[in-house]
Every structure is written in C-alpha cells, then in structure tokens.
Design a binder for this molecule. Structure first.
Ligand code: GDP
Length: 447
C-alpha cells in the first residue's frame, strides 16, 4: 500500500546523504519534497500542513543533534512526526472489569466488518478469551449466514436469529446476545452491525440504537483504506452520528495510496487499533503506530517479524536442530529436520510478507513479489516421498531411490538431484558456521 510514499521519502533522504550541514534552503527543499510525497499518498491536507510545519521547525530548531548526520536527523524527525499523526502509543481493547466486554463494529457496507469480526474473534481466542460473535446485521440477505460461516472458521460461537424467521430486529438480537453471553460465560461479545453503501440517517440511527441497547465498552469504526478521502469523511459522519472509540483499517493489502486512512487518527482524534490486510483469518494485526511509521520509512518491521517468529517457532525443535547441525559434522541433520525448519519459517506467513518486513528490502520489492511459494511446496513433496531412513541420511539415495522419489512426488530426477545437492551444500555450510569456522569456498575475513 505505501510503496509510492516509501519510494518518494527514500529519494528525499538520499538527496541529503553526504551533506555535512543543512542550509535553510536544504530544509525548505526537503520539506517541499516531503509535502509532495504526503499529498501524493493522499494524506489529508490539514494533516500535511501540520506535519510539514513541525518538520521544518524541528529541523531548524535547537534540537538538531551533533551526533546525527543531516539525513539521519530528518529521518528521525519524520519518523517521530509520522508516529504522532498515527496516534502515538499502541492502543488495544480495553476490557471491562466485569465481563462480558462488549465490542461493537460499525461502518459502511463492504468495509470489511464481518470479515473483521471473525479475525478479531480468532485473535481474542488466541489470547485466551472466549468471544461470542453476534449478527446484528439483518439488512443484507446473507449477512447472518456469512457471520455464521465466519464464526465457524474462527472457531467461535455465532449468535444470530434462526434462519427462516424472517427479518428480525437487530436491536433485539443485540440485546438478547447479552443474556446469552452471561448465561454461557462468554467474556467478550463482538456485535457486527449493518452497513449501508453510503452514510444515511437510518443507518446512523440503527447503529446508535444498538449502541444504546448494548452499552459497548468499545465501538470500533471499520473503514476500507482503499476509499481515499471518503474514509475521513465517513469517519467524521460516524463520529458525530454514533461515536466510536477506535478505528480499524481494512484492505491495507490493496494498492490504493492509503494516506487518507492514515490521516483519520489525527483528524478525528481516535486511535487506529487494528489493521486488516487480506481475506484470511490471520491477515490481521494490532496496529502499532511506531511500526507503521518505520514500515513507511522503509526501515522494515523488525518488531512484528520478531514477534511472529516467537509465536510460531518451536523452541525445543529449533534447539534439537541446532544441536544436530553443530555436532558430528552436521551428519545427523537430515532432510526431515530441514523440512521442519522450512515449515517453521512458513508458519510465520507467506514468504513475500516476511521478506517485505525486513529492513532495506524496499529496493527488492519486485523480486520479492516473484518469490515462488510453490517452490517450497515442491521441495516438501520431494522430501515427503522419501522413506524416513532416506530423510535421516540422504547419503543412501542411489539412482533407483532417486527415480522412485521423483515418480512419487511428480517431479523430475534432476529436481530431486538438485534438492539433495543443495541440501548437502547448505548442511556443510551451516555445520561449519555452527562450529565457528569460515565455510570453505567463502572468502576469508581479514584478521
Ligand atoms: P461488511 O459489509 O462490512 O461486513 O464487509 P465484509 O466483511 O463482508 O467484506 C466485504 C468484502 O471485502 C469481502 O469480499 C471481504 O472478503 C473483503 N475484505 C474484507 N477485509 C479485507 C482485507 O483486509 N483485504 C481484502 N483484500 N479484502 C477484504
């Protein structure tokens, strides 16, 4: 989403490289470039003005540090100002002292509320909560079924009027769900409400009535980041008509410029709490202003990456693999271990997403987009066609075994050969590294 902005800012910073000192003219020129970058990214005009004024003032002001070079200084200031417009600190759900915590979702039709309801429920469940999903969207013919499907996918309970009972009253449903939550001890209730294609009074009134009926702890305004400045206008309408506590940005995977959505927090004065970036249950993140800022600045998102790695990596398994690779010349590290490690990396998400979060990968965008996820599937198919003995010690793979494996995995013998050769090479290198040697074939490091 923020590719153009990222590229423009990077070019601006590049121009400053090598300068020993920033003249007033340099600062003006830089401010102008940042202004264009933000406007092109569709950031709200008033937010841009405020942003540029702050950058200019700070770049000329007394805070300029001797320790940083001009380009670093500007990056630091822009980073801090970005964090500020994105809302400053991370803010997640405030849970009620006495459960259930009631979360109400509001927004236009198609914003991604129902999808979000499932992601939120899934996330809450993984955090140890027991959420109940409530379909208080009885406008769209399919809404109730869709929510039930979403609940099922998320592995949580859905609460909706029985199908076939005709169109019910969403306020009744919302109210009834509170009783259900208390009876069955759900500690979070997520109430999905109806949206319309545009802002209208009936919609606002219904949302406001549901809000009055369930007295939510958090009202989340869900908005499609692709709709440009309408995102800000709609947010303003919902802020007046219904009132909300936080914003959820959806469809950040889209190719729109996204700047408008980023302006909401500043314009409305409500934090962005979550971000949605795809149709899958896991395409969902707590929104961290500082991480988003560093992502926009092309510094990558190391924190998210580390957190994901911690969540998905099996420590015990990694330790076993490390022990195998560092003893006996690595010969105990087999293809099975290799496959396990590869799968552990994959559990962190699509490879293109993982690489996109690494710092300095901005220039490699196109190559990353071409990473062939299927390649990993092919490798997996080959390894799974081996017997356990072959996986443990690939040295026994003679011609007839290789032919059998090729057939079993639907690959060619040369694919099998290539994989086995690469595995031996990688294992040798890893084992040498693990034992503190410089792998053979790599240029030696000076002293
Ligand atoms: P609602 O009307 O607000 O409940 O919106 P839905 O949850 O039904 O979503 C509308 C459409 O947007 C559906 O086709 C979703 O699959 C899709 N959608 C929702 N969130 C995202 C997202 O983060 N990325 C993408 N690409 N599509 C999304």
């Amino acid at each position: 989403m923020f590719d153009t902005l990222q590229g423009r800012l990077a070019a601006t910073f590049k121009n400053l490289r090598g300068k020993a000192k920033l003249s007033d003219a340099d600062i003006d020129a830089t401010a102008r470039e940042i202004r264009i970058a933000l406007l092109e990214a569709d950031v709200n005009l008033s937010v841009v003005k405020e942003f540029i004024a702050a950058v200019k003032e700070r770049a000329t002001g007394s805070e300029v540090s001797e320790a940083l070079n001009p380009s670093q200084q500007i990056i630091k200031i822009v980073n801090e100002e970005l964090i500020r417009i994105l809302g400053g600190d991370t803010r997640t759900i405030r849970f009620a002292k006495k459960p259930p915590t009631v979360i109400m979702l509001a927004g236009l039709q198609g914003a991604g509320k129902t999808t979000l309801a499932g992601k939120l429920a899934h996330w809450l469940k993984s955090e140890g909560h027991s959420p109940l999903l409530v379909a208080a969207d009885l406008q769209r013919p399919n809404a109730v079924t869709q929510l039930q499907v979403v609940a099922q996918r998320a592995g949580v309970h859905g609460f909706a009027p029985e199908p076939g009972n005709g169109v019910g009253d969403p306020i009744q449903v919302a109210r009834a769900s509170m009783g259900e939550a208390e009876r069955r001890l759900y500690d979070v209730v997520i109430v999905d409400t109806a949206g319309r294609l545009g802002v209208d009074e009936t919609l606002m009134k219904q949302a406001a009535d549901i809000k009055a009926a369930v007295n939510p702890d958090e009202v989340l305004f869900v908005v499609d980041a692709m709709i440009g400045q309408d995102a800000v206008n709609t947010a303003q309408a919902f802020a007046t008509g219904v009132g909300f506590d936080g914003v959820v940005l959806t469809k950040l995977d889209g190719d729109a410029r996204g700047g408008a959505a980023l302006s909401i927090a500043r314009v409305i004065g409500k934090p962005i709490m979550f971000a949605s970036s795809g149709e899958g249950l896991k395409d969902f993140d707590v929104f961290h202003p500082e991480r988003m800022a560093s992502r926009i600045l092309g510094m990558g998102d190391m924190l998210t990456l580390i957190e994901q790695a911690e969540k998905t990596f099996d420590e015990e398994q990694s330790r076993r693999a490390a022990a195998k690779i560092s003893s006996k010349g690595g010969t105990e590290f087999g293809l099975g271990d290799f496959l396990e490690q590869m799968k552990a990396v994959r559990r962190m998400g699509p490879l293109s997403k993982i690489f996109g979060m690494l710092p300095g990968m901005g220039d490699l965008k196109d190559q990353i987009a071409n990473i062939d996820e299927k390649e990993v599937d092919r490798i997996e198919a080959i390894i799974l066609s081996m017997t356990p003995a072959e996986r443990d010690d690939p040295r026994i793979l003679n011609g007839s075994r290789r032919a059998r494996i090729a057939k079993g995995s639907g690959r060619s013998v040369s694919d099998v050969n290539q994989l086995v050769d690469r595995f031996f090479e990688a294992r040798k290198m890893m084992s040498q590294l693990a034992n503190g040697q410089m792998p053979a074939g790599m240029p030696g490091m000076p002293g």
